[in-house]
Design a protein around this ligand. Structure first.
Ligand SMILES: Cc1cc2nc3c(=O)[nH]c(=O)nc-3n(C[C@H](O)[C@H](O)[C@H](O)COP(=O)(O)OP(=O)(O)OC[C@H]3O[C@@H](n4cnc5c(N)ncnc54)[C@H](O)[C@@H]3O)c2cc1C
Length: 208
């Protein structure tokens, strides 16, 4: 997901107790780095029991994924230092080793060496490792001694979906509401959000 050639990794958290990173490029695309984000799919069955329970206790079981996401963001902050984000060399991540040295990066607040392989939820770190190995099979040299992993990009898409009719795009609960785009849980990224928005607008226009 999201390869930003000549771009930057930037802080994107919205809460004091969290670290979230994201990637962007300015129009010149002329920084020294290529940054890519890896998305690990998290299904409802991957959400640990404690977050399902917490959401239930707070009377909002639909928000369990949000609690899980916030937990990862807080763990990221714990492993970092202030706004410095935790990072590990990809090779060390795969070998389960400390990174004695991190290569320079575009993330201006700075980085702290950290065992991402140990503290990321197992279902996420395991799928990441497997994904890297699969990439390497198809793209020799993908697993590189120079590749650096920075944690955590958690905001690629929302863990909550606002329900809508598949055909009319309208909410079954609130007439005249057409949930669309990333925030409603139907898209993740610029293009899919824009296309979803276009379709929802058409559906809204047809309804009138
Ligand atoms: C730093 C960063 C880098 C990113 N890089 C990439 C990338 O390289 N590639 C990629 O595909 N995606 C990237 N994304 C994700 C991409 O920006 C989003 O997926 C996309 O913008 C979602 O589009 P959207 O229209 O659904 O929502 P948004 O673009 O968030 O639009 C929602 C709009 O609603 C407005 N709004 C909110 N509340 C109200 C209200 N109450 N009343 C009126 N208006 C309101 C907001 O101001 C906003 O303008 C990045 C995101 C970030 C933060």
């Amino acid at each position: 997901f999201c390869m930003c050639p000549g771009g930057f990794v930037v802080p994107s958290q919205t809460e004091e107790d969290s670290i979230v990173v994201n990637g962007m490029s300015a129009s010149g695309r002329n920084s020294n780095w290529s940054n890519a984000a890896f998305v690990v799919e998290t299904r409802p069955e991957d959400i640990p029991e404690e977050f399902l329970k917490k959401a239930e206790e707070e009377g909002c079981s639909a928000l369990a994924g949000l609690f899980f996401r916030h937990h990862i963001e807080k763990e990221t902050k714990r492993a970092g230092n202030g706004q410095k984000a935790p990072a590990q060399m990809m090779r060390d991540f795969l070998d389960g080793k400390d990174s004695e040295k991190l290569v320079p990066s575009s993330y201006t607040p700075g980085l702290v060496p950290s065992r991402l392989d140990l503290w990321l939820p197992e279902q996420i770190s395991g799928r990441l490792s497997q994904g890297f190995l699969d990439f390497e099979k198809n793209m020799k040299g993908f697993i590189s001694r120079e590749a650096l992993m920075i944690a955590s990009e958690t905001r690629t898409s929302t863990p909550v979906r606002i329900l809508r009719d598949e055909r009319t795009y309208e909410s079954p609960f609130l007439s005249g509401l057409f949930p669309c785009g990333e925030g409603s849980g139907y898209a993740g990224g610029i293009v899919s959000s824009a296309m979803d928005g276009e379709k929802a607008c058409r559906a809204a226009a047809e309804r009138r």
